[in-house]
Design a protein around this ligand. Structure first.
Ligand SMILES: Cc1cc2nc3c(=O)[nH]c(=O)nc-3n(C[C@H](O)[C@H](O)[C@H](O)COP(=O)(O)OP(=O)(O)OC[C@H]3O[C@@H](n4cnc5c(N)ncnc54)[C@H](O)[C@@H]3O)c2cc1C
Length: 597
């Protein structure tokens, strides 16, 4: 079993060089995030991930969470790890300073979160959901609610959950039926929520559930859903814990992966009704959820990056130790480790180059999220918000789908042993599978991309980004490095394919949205593939400049340039097929009648 080692050099390269730390620190709200601070935070996080979380990953998978008499017990060691996690202040990293948080920007919290997910995604889901609740309270909580709930959620003394899904309401949340009946200064909640991650456990003293429900006279559909805070234990005015609320866990799911994370069915109001407090205004719950979704979807996209990285490290170690066959052309002599076989190298480089491209894109999106909130110039805030809005479904959809491919390639590199549970490679594949489903399936991300994003604004932001991509060609052309100029043709071709496909989406969406929906996932994958190539080409140019200046780790920069060339030659050509699929493939998707399936 390999040990997780955080890819610190690549993380720092992406934040400091590719994303441009100077742009972040130039914003008054983020001025304290110097390279020294980043190095210290990432270094400590890497240790915690490797020494505390990673060793619990496999045992957590084997043991799983257990439900006995309504009580959920996480696997051995998880509660202790959670205490260490909160005591070390990791839960409060991105929390607001006025409520005890450390106020670090997303772009610094991202690599830290990537580490937790690589080391132990099932564990990480618990603090991740808490940060989702914090996001909601920050955006729409009343001052009294913020004061009552935020400090303990930020410290990690309490954890949070998101309660959206019901058996008839998954992708379509307008079908939510949970009821909220007003009673004095609160509401009584009745209903059943399914698939609630970390919905019940004993790692924290209280759990704060955010619940979507309908008030009695609410209009049908999306416009009649409200958002409520429902604590597991009611909270007294002085902040101490009161009576147990009327919510209980009735079962937990047996799943394909993330076994250590309890996925709960929660029953609200079996007695007199669970006490809940309205967040913001009635009937605006889904609207609030959408505001929070950027944060949550970015977090899930990052889970994809993290699991792919972990699968890569596992496969790389195996490839360097497994002896099998001789080098091509050698009929005698020593047998070699499988990393000497060109096809194994191709698989490893496919994994490595995809991961670096995905990481760069995810961190770029998080930096834009920071700028959309903290940039002093209103115009820049708006420009970055539009950029984030475009990138989020791509990061979520593309990174998670790719993580499944990458983890599967990791299994392949292990040969037969990859299929055996004890080897550990299958866990990454099993865990990765959910990332493309929850927080909106890939189909839902693609619908968002073609509808609410590209279609709605007639491609304005999409073409602005494509314009930036086109601008890179001149820089690639100027390079003296043949490993960089060799990327030019494929990159240019891929960007033009994206432009043609985007124009098709813009033209077709108003008259035939069904046709656009039929090829929306290939369009999303096209975006990811090309944006990944854009990131890698930019990374290669920056690495080359560093080499020319003679600063930094020359070996890292040379490896980056070679990896970018691999991406341009082996991954970017897929853009051509995807663009063709988008502009000419819709009719055949829609050709069969229901009976013909
Ligand atoms: C392990 C796990 C943890 C989860 N954690 C949470 C949690 O903490 N909180 C929470 O509230 N929920 C949670 N969920 C629920 C999760 O978000 C939903 O399962 C997911 O949104 C999909 O909904 P569904 O399962 O009802 O599938 P459906 O919505 O029935 O979708 C089935 C298929 O139809 C497709 N589809 C549906 N509608 C459309 C459409 N309009 N356009 C295109 N394709 C469409 C989907 O892409 C999918 O392929 C969790 C689920 C799991 C399995």
């Amino acid at each position: 079993m390999s040990t997780y080692a955080a890819p610190l050099k690549d993380m720092q390269f992406v934040i400091e060089e590719l994303v441009g730390l100077a742009d972040i620190t130039a914003m008054p709200a983020c001025s304290e995030v110097t390279p020294d601070v980043i190095e210290a935070v990432l270094g400590e996080a890497a240790k915690f991930a490797a020494e505390v979380l990673d060793p619990l990953n496999r045992s957590g998978d084997v043991q799983g969470a257990q439900l006995t008499d309504g009580k959920v017990t996480p696997p051995r060691g998880f509660a202790e790890a959670y205490q260490q996690f909160t005591a070390a202040g990791w839960n409060s990293l991105a929390g607001q300073t006025e409520f005890g948080g450390q106020g670090l920007p997303h772009v610094v919290a991202m690599p830290v979160q990537e580490m937790w997910n690589s080391a132990n995604m099932a564990f990480c889901l618990c603090p991740m959901l808490t940060s989702g609740v914090l996001e909601a309270l920050t955006i729409r909580g009343s001052p009294a609610q913020q004061k009552m709930f935020m400090p303990k959620l930020i410290s990690g003394e309490w954890t949070g959950t998101m309660n959206l899904t019901e058996s008839q309401a998954g992708s379509d949340l307008s079908a939510v039926r949970t009821r909220a009946v007003p009673e004095g200064d609160h509401y009584r909640i009745h209903g059943t929520k399914i698939f609630i991650t970390w919905g019940e456990h004993d790692m924290s003293r209280n759990i704060i559930h955010l619940v979507l429900a309908r008030t009695p006279d609410a209009p049908e559909g999306v416009k009649g859903i409200s958002l409520f805070i429902v604590p597991k234990f009611l909270v007294n005015a002085d902040g101490s814990l009161g009576a147990r609320n009327d919510v209980k866990c009735v079962s937990i799911e047996h799943k394909m992966g993330i076994h250590a994370s309890p996925t709960c069915v929660l029953s609200y109001g079996d007695g007199e009704g669970a006490i809940g407090y309205l967040v913001g205004e009635e009937n605006r719950g889904l609207e609030y959820m959408f505001i929070m979704m950027n944060h949550a979807r970015l977090g899930v996209g990052l889970e994809g990056v993290a699991l792919a990285e972990r699968a890569y490290q596992h496969a790389r170690e195996y490839a360097k130790t497994r002896v099998q066959g001789r080098a091509i052309g050698q009929k005698s002599g020593d047998r070699v480790t499988i990393i000497h076989h060109p096809d194994v190298r191709r698989m490893l480089l496919t994994m490595k180059s995809q991961i670096e491209a995905m990481r760069a894109l995810a961190y770029t999106a998080s930096a834009a999220l920071d700028k959309s909130r903290h940039h002093p110039d209103e115009k820049e805030r708006r420009r970055n918000q539009a950029y984030v809005d475009l990138l989020i479904p791509i990061v979520k959809g593309w990174c998670t789908e790719q993580s499944i491919e990458v983890a599967s390639t990791g299994v392949q590199i292990h040969g037969g042993m990859g299929f055996i549970e004890e080897t550990g490679a299958t866990q990454y594949l099993r865990d990765a599978r959910i990332t493309a489903i929850y927080e909106g399936t890939t189909g839902i991300q693609a619908a968002d991309l073609v509808g609410r994003k590209v279609g709605y604004e007639k491609g304005a932001t999409a073409f602005a980004v494509i314009g930036e991509m086109r601008g890179l060609d001149a820089e690639l052309a100027r390079s003296q490095n043949t490993d960089i100029t060799a990327q030019r043709d494929n990159f240019k071709h891929a960007v033009e394919g994206l432009a043609v496909a985007t124009q098709w989406v813009v033209d077709t969406f108003p008259k035939d949205p069904n046709a656009v929906a039929a090829v929306s996932v290939p369009y999303l994958m096209l975006w990811g593939t090309v944006a990944g190539g854009w990131m890698m080409a930019r990374a290669a140019l920056l690495a080359d400049a560093k080499l020319a200046a003679g600063t930094g780790d020359a070996d890292f920069y040379r490896t980056k340039i070679a990896t970018a060339r691999f991406y341009a030659e082996h991954i970017l050509p897929q853009a051509d097929c995807l663009a063709t699929e988008v502009v000419s493939g819709a009719a055949s998707v829609l050709a069969l009648t229901e009976a013909q399936f």
